[in-house]
Design a binder for this molecule. Structure first.
Ligand code: PZK
Length: 287
């Protein structure tokens, strides 16, 4: 727990504290959610994996866009960050047709106003990555919006900027990941403005919680590919006949151990850093 810090918000698996007027502390827990339900069993080090990965990407994408990271704390799960004025949209980029993108495509042939070629299969790679903004729903599901609705929320000029930057960030990370056997099918960015009105990348970016990571060697279209990180959890939950509403089931040790290993594998593949070296000194990901 951070000392002398006011709690200012909770996500499903993260907490946000105020350090002072300019700085926040983003703390990633080891909680895991599946089918939108947080489970009672933690995955040890999950929050450290996500914090380290986000730090790795922040360090490597500074030239594309400045970000809110100030420091990683020695606990490995806490990010000190600049306090921003957050924009009221989720900036989603999709390189592949999954989730709500696939759903919208089957219903309308388009996703957020992007007309797509006919006859694409589920999980197909798109000809080009597309920017598909969504509103931030307080509870429940974010709603995809078209560029007109997004422009009403942030202004046309700012929208053009976040679209350009989001696609550049996605291309950078997806290319890097693909060379290391991981497909980043889609990802969500949250941006804010600093006190001079400059666009700054915030939140936790390009992690398995903010993205769909698929193992490249198991990729195929015509279904929903396995999740790199959560597939053991999902498969186990499917064996239970659980109704996918709270409360979720406890996870057996083998599922916990296997899932932790997948998170660590994603970290090591993407960063090229041994996870134990991250635990010794989290700031290794920033160098
Ligand atoms: C901010 N959230 C999401 C909610 C969480 C995260 N740099 C920033 N400046 C101002 N506000 C935010 C950030 C960031 N990141 C992020 N809400 C506000 C959120 C609850 C818990 F961990």
């Amino acid at each position: 727990m951070p000392e002398a810090a006011l709690h200012v918000g909770s996500g499903k698996v993260r907490e946000l504290y105020a350090l002072d007027e300019e700085r926040l502390l983003l703390v990633a827990s080891d909680r895991v959610s599946t089918f939108d339900v947080v489970l009672p069993t933690d995955i040890p080090d999950k929050g450290r994996v996500l914090t380290g990965l986000a730090g790795f990407w922040f360090a490597r994408t500074q030239e594309i866009c400045p970000n809110h990271l100030l420091a990683l704390r020695s606990d490995g799960r806490s990010t000190e960050c600049r306090r921003l004025e957050m924009l009221p949209i989720e900036c989603v980029v999709r390189g592949f047709l999954a989730g709500s993108g696939w759903k919208d495509y089957t219903a309308t042939g388009a996703v957020c106003g992007h007309a797509l070629p006919a006859g694409l299969a589920e999980a197909a790679e798109l000809p080009e990555p597309i920017f598909t903004p969504a509103t931030k729903a307080e509870t429940g599901h974010d709603e995809n919006i078209d560029r007109e609705q997004a422009a009403e929320l942030v202004g046309a000029e700012r929208l053009a900027e976040v679209e350009r930057v989001s696609i550049a960030l996605y291309r950078h990370a997806a290319d890097h990941a693909r060379q290391r056997g991981i497909i980043i099918a889609d990802t969500k960015f949250e941006f804010g403005l600093d006190d001079e009105g400059r666009l700054v990348l915030g939140d936790e970016a390009l992690t398995p919680d903010s993205s769909r990571f698929w193992p490249a060697d198991e990729y195929e279209t015509g279904g929903s590919p396995p999740s790199f990180d959560k597939q053991f959890v999902r498969d186990y939950c499917e064996t239970l006949g659980w109704g996918k509403t709270a409360p979720g089931p406890e996870l057996p040790d083998a599922v916990v151990t296997g899932t932790r290993a997948r998170y660590v594998e994603a970290f090591e593949r993407l960063t090229g850093i041994v996870f134990d070296d991250y635990l010794t000194d989290p700031e290794v990901v920033l160098r």
